[in-house]
Ligand binder design. Structure first.
Ligand code: 5AD
Ligand code: SF4
Length: 478
């Protein structure tokens, strides 16, 4: 049964309750620090998508308020958190391997607290396996209640028992918990949680629940606060941002949200991901095209070029309708950078289907593409399909696709040579000494000679060289 979201205001009962628990735990950790001459240490490992990375910033914010400091590895940590991903099986296998390894670390440090959260935890099979074979895990929670971290930790500390708290569906969107941003000048902002699309291969709707949008006032207030704190670029996050606002009490489109956010003084760049092709409106194209702040880059997953497979995937568009959408976008914004996700080896994929995928890649000429081998996810409709493809066939197709994607990315990259762009500088380049890395408006990575004084600033650069995955530029002194 669908439940309406309860949107809590800032001084809400739940937010306040968590803050009180944070204060109580802080007192305990302060005592630890006085006694041992050091703070307790946390190590958070994040798997999967940007949504998870953003959730981990919230977990880090809560743990910092409790008095933990970050450390580089599990071996030094008093508190380990794995924020997990369920989209593909190999990510799950890796996590189980790492949880197994934690057992020996915990034998050396019995006070170590181990917490697991994220999409994997929303699956009954995973929970059964953890309860049966991984008793050294102390706290387990899911995607709907990450704001309860402090409470779960307190319960574990008081009882000494393992605490499992997994919800089938969301209850509240709790606003205003502390967040620790990785960068001072850019930040992600959630606008919509969950997904209603049920693509037949995808586990996300089962582990992240139904779509619910945040209130525009809450989003705008968060962006304003970030800008006041030095942020110049925001990335709106959602499994399908194009569905934003449909279920709000006062419905609003994603394009309208962008127009409102664009008005915020001091904000320079607006990015967003991910867009579902079936929901990308003409209104959005129009708003993007005329905007000076919305970046000219679009992540537009097509998954497969075969209309037959797209139907089996439940994607809601055809090869032709996808290509006409791309043409419309390119016509409105000739300098747009397009990126995509592609799945190879979906059940029943023939050589002809695969050639349709290659066709789309060649025709669109993506700036970059994330290519995935289909992974069978128990509980999804596609896992029941009988015609699963043999591994050698999938691998051979995957390699062919990767060659094509990379050679087109290289070609696209080289088209930038000699042109000028604005770049937002992010960090020192670790492999080229004396170089700084930045991002162009279109999302391309650029390396430029300079020092850390550039971090967070937007400068005009001229591109002088291009590789497949990055550009080299020089600053134009105006
Ligand atoms: N197997 C392989 N790739 C998948 N994705 C989602 N589910 C699966 C799966 N079962 C890919 C899609 C999606 C991206 C985030 O992950 O391409 O766009
Ligand atoms: Fe998964 Fe499809 Fe939803 Fe994307 S739109 S999260 S691929 S179900």
């Amino acid at each position: 049964m669908k439940r309406e979201p309860i949107i809590l205001n800032h001084d809400t009962d739940e937010g306040l309750r968590q803050k009180k628990i944070i204060e109580r735990l802080r007192a305990i950790n302060d005592t630890f620090e006085q006694k041992h001459g050091r703070k307790k240490r946390m190590h958070i490992a994040t798997f999967g998508c940007q949504m998870n990375f953003h959730d981990s910033e919230k977990l880090k914010g809560v743990l910092e308020q409790i008095g933990y400091e970050e450390c580089d590895s599990e071996a030094q940590a008093d508190f380990v958190v794995y924020n997990t991903c369920a989209v593909r099986e190999n990510a799950e296998t890796r996590v189980f391997g790492r949880i197994g390894h934690l057992k020996s670390l915990k034998e050396k440090n019995p006070n170590m607290v181990i917490a697991l959260c994220g999409c994997m935890m929303q699956q009954d099979t995973v929970i059964d396996k953890l309860k049966k074979s991984y008793p050294h895990v102390n706290i387990v929670f899911g995607t709907h209640n990450i704001y309860k971290l402090a409470e779960l930790l307190e319960t574990h500390m008081e009882t000494g028992e393992s605490v499992y708290d997994i919800w089938d569906s969301y209850q509240d969107i709790v606003e205003d918990l502390p967040t620790v941003r990785k960068y001072t000048y850019k930040s992600s902002v959630n606008i919509i949680f969950g997904c209603n699309n049920f693509c037949s291969y995808c586990i996300v709707p089962y582990v992240r629940g139904r779509e619910r949008s945040r209130e525009p006032e809450d989003i705008i207030e968060e962006v304003r606060a970030l800008v006041a704190d030095g942020v110049v670029e925001i990335t709106f996050l959602g499994q399908n941002v194009n569905s934003y606002g449909k279920n709000l009490q006062h419905p609003m489109t994603f394009a309208q949200l962008l127009e409102e956010v664009e008005k915020i003084d001091g904000l320079e760049r607006i990015r967003f991901m991910t867009s579902h092709p079936k929901d990308l409106s003409d209104e959005l194209i129009h708003v993007m095209a005329k905007s000076t702040k919305v970046c000219k880059s679009l992540h537009l997953p097509f998954q497969s070029g075969s209309t037959r497979l797209l139907e089996k995937m439940n994607r809601g568009y055809t090869k032709d309708s996808y290509l006409s959408l791309v043409n419309k976008i390119k016509k409105a914004m000739p300098d747009i950078a397009l990126t995509t996700d592609i799945i190879v080896g979906f059940p029943g994929e023939t050589e002809e289907d695969f050639m349709d995928t290659m066709d789309v890649v060649k025709e669109v000429e993506y700036d970059s593409a994330f290519t995935f081998i289909y992974s069978k996810r128990t509980g999804t409709p596609a896992a029941q399909y009988e015609d699963q493809i043999e591994e050698p066939v999938v691998k051979e197709r995957f390699n062919r696709l990767l060659d094509e994607v990379n050679s087109l990315a290289n070609k696209k990259s080289r088209e930038h040579i000699g042109k000028e762009y604005l770049a937002l500088f992010e960090e020192e380049n670790t492999s080229r000494k004396g170089y700084m890395s930045g991002r162009l408006d279109n999302g391309h990575l650029v390396h430029v000679e300079g020092d850390s004084s550039l971090v967070g600033s937007i400068r005009r650069v001229k591109i002088i060289d291009a590789m497949t995955f990055y550009l080299v530029g020089e600053i134009i002194h105006e």
